[in-house]
Design a protein around this ligand. Sequence first.
Ligand code: PLP
Length: 416
Amino acid sequence: MNTSYQLDVDKIRRDFPTLKREVNSGASLVYLDNAATSLRPIQVMAQITRFYRDHNSNIHRGVHTLSVEATEMFENIRSKVGKFINAEDSREVIFTRGTTESINLVVNSWGRKFLKPNDEVIISELEHHSNIVPWQMLRDSIGIKLKYIPMLDNGHLDMDVAESMINSKTKIVSITAVSNALGTIIPIEKVISLAKKQGALVLVDCAQSVPHLKVDVQSLGADFMAFSAHKMLGPTGVGVLWGKFDILDSMDPFLGGGDMILTVNMDHSTWAEIPSKFEAGTPNIGGVIGFGAAIDYLNDIGMENIRAHEVDLTDYALQKMIDVPGITIFGPNLAKERGGVISFALENVHPHDIGQILDDNGVAVRAGHHCAQPVMNALGVPATVRASFYIYNTREDIDALVNGLSVTTDLFGVKS
Ligand code: PLP
């Protein structure tokens, strides 16, 4: 066991009642689908209940006690999120429904205003669909050029191509920090420095990094960053777009409606200041407040400890899984080059069959294209099985995964 970090997994596990579940008539749940969504601790559930029980109200528009309390609770979480990612100003934190909406906000509010036909937008072959499709929609609507930094066979990006692709025509590089499909950690600082040399903006999809690694927006030097609460112990339906103040300020609203206006007349309206300009309508107030408890939980453990635990688990898993007959493990060889994600295939067994047999044995993994079809195309497979780890996972969970895989290989007669 790696003892150079402090993380009391037994204590943590007691906070996650879902881990006590049994599935398929008696198999203890081993939850290894954290890249899709994490579990939630009792502290987050209790905070959401507390809001609805004691403070339920709409925000920003009431003078009564509950509304003032709810507004204060909601805005405190904006500051908490700002501190968590070291934003200079908490008004740079926009609450959205998730990473997908955050990226769509940038594409529509920044892209439609500032991009012109033939301007170049650079993404990569490793992106989640939510960082591909909105840009394709913009391309088809206004005629920008969309270019992809290719993936190498080892799951890393081809940085030589990146270097030549990012040029004076590049207006924005929109790129993931960690691949959800393979776990690859992207050299994001290098990508940012290439973009900045050309005067281009950078959006970082941090859906798989903020939950697992310390992210400091000021030292990173990107212009936008997107992530989702539900992958970091918080509720579903809450996400964040962080952006540099002046850039957000220069952008047009994304959705129109209540809360995002200053004045409304019959013939025209004017916009509120950021962040309200981008938060039309009643937000997920209870969810944002629950997200605050998730951030407290992660802060109490410490992001460095979380990362160290995941490297330990990933390293252990890579060593154990390599001995499974007929296995191909995709992505970087070294645990330190990955988030806590392992994507794999077994010779002559369909990923969905693997997922099914693992589930019969209580092990929850994801089988499919992981919303990253270009990655599957590059690997030449229709799908993979993905096991992904978080703070409550243990080496015993990985042993359960490996046991489930040997049940599968026995059943399908896979030989090494
Ligand atoms: N980007 C990455 C890298 C992801 O892993 C995900 C979700 O899996 C998303 C974007 C989309 O996140 P959400 O569905 O929370 O909007």
